[in-house]
Design a protein. Structure first.
Length: 223
């Protein structure tokens, strides 16, 4: 139980996206975190670039997770800002599956709130789309998720040209009080190009595995 109780410390403090290299001087925020941007402070070495932890919270009481479906934000200078609902669903389902795959064998994922459940919300921002879209639709990732993705290429290509960010929020699942807010960024100069669903899946797997790796290194795996 003591080890299991570490899960929230891992998820709510450590699961704020491990940085993979140098950062840009000033991140460009999407609005996903709302008023919590003003609370952000520089994070620790090898952790999130910017983060905020709600004072007075006993993070050890949380040992299960609800995970919202990921949200994507197009960059302001994206070549194309068109939205294709089917395409967005494929990308969203793919990311959700990778997150579940990375966590499910050691970290409990649930679909209902509870006193020991933290709710995670994740946004990938600064995404650029070449011509010929991405909506902002959120839902809870179901327990035992099993997704059959349509086998086709993504229309156009997506990229994050050295500035793709992850914005992260954790809430108490009973009260919906925000207890963690964080912003992180992939290394400057790194370019992700999603020319097909398969390539997008590879990039999403990177994020999911980085999260899992950090959790394992901090010793929060369920025994």
């Amino acid at each position: 139980m003591k080890t299991t109780a570490k899960i929230v410390m891992v998820v709510l403090i450590g699961l704020v996206f491990v940085a993979s290299g140098a950062f840009a001087a000033e991140p460009k925020y999407s609005g996903f975190l709302g008023d919590y941007y003003k609370n952000l402070q520089p994070g620790p070495k090898d952790g999130a670039k910017m983060r905020w932890l709600k004072p007075g919270v006993d993070f050890t009481k949380y040992n299960k997770l609800m995970v919202d479906s990921v949200i994507f934000y197009l960059a302001d200078d994206s070549e194309d800002k068109g939205i294709n609902a089917e395409e967005v669903k494929e990308l969203t389902d793919t990311f959700n599956q990778e997150i579940v795959n990375a966590l499910k064998d050691k970290y409990p994922i649930v679909a209902e709130p509870g006193p020991d459940v933290a709710r995670l919300r994740i946004a990938i921002t600064g995404v650029k789309k070449s011509k010929p879209g991405m909506s902002v639709v959120s839902s809870i990732v179901p327990v035992g998720i099993g997704i059959s993705l349509i086998k086709k290429g993504v229309t156009g290509s997506y990229s994050g040209s050295g500035g793709t960010n992850a914005e992260f929020m954790a809430l108490d699942s009973m009260s919906n009080d925000v207890i963690i807010a964080a912003v992180d960024e992939r290394s400057a100069g790194y370019t992700e190009r999603f020319t097909s669903l398969g390539a997008a899946k590879d990039a999403f797997k990177f994020w999911a595995q980085r999260i899992r790796k950090f959790m394992d290194e901090t010793g929060g795996a369920k025994q």
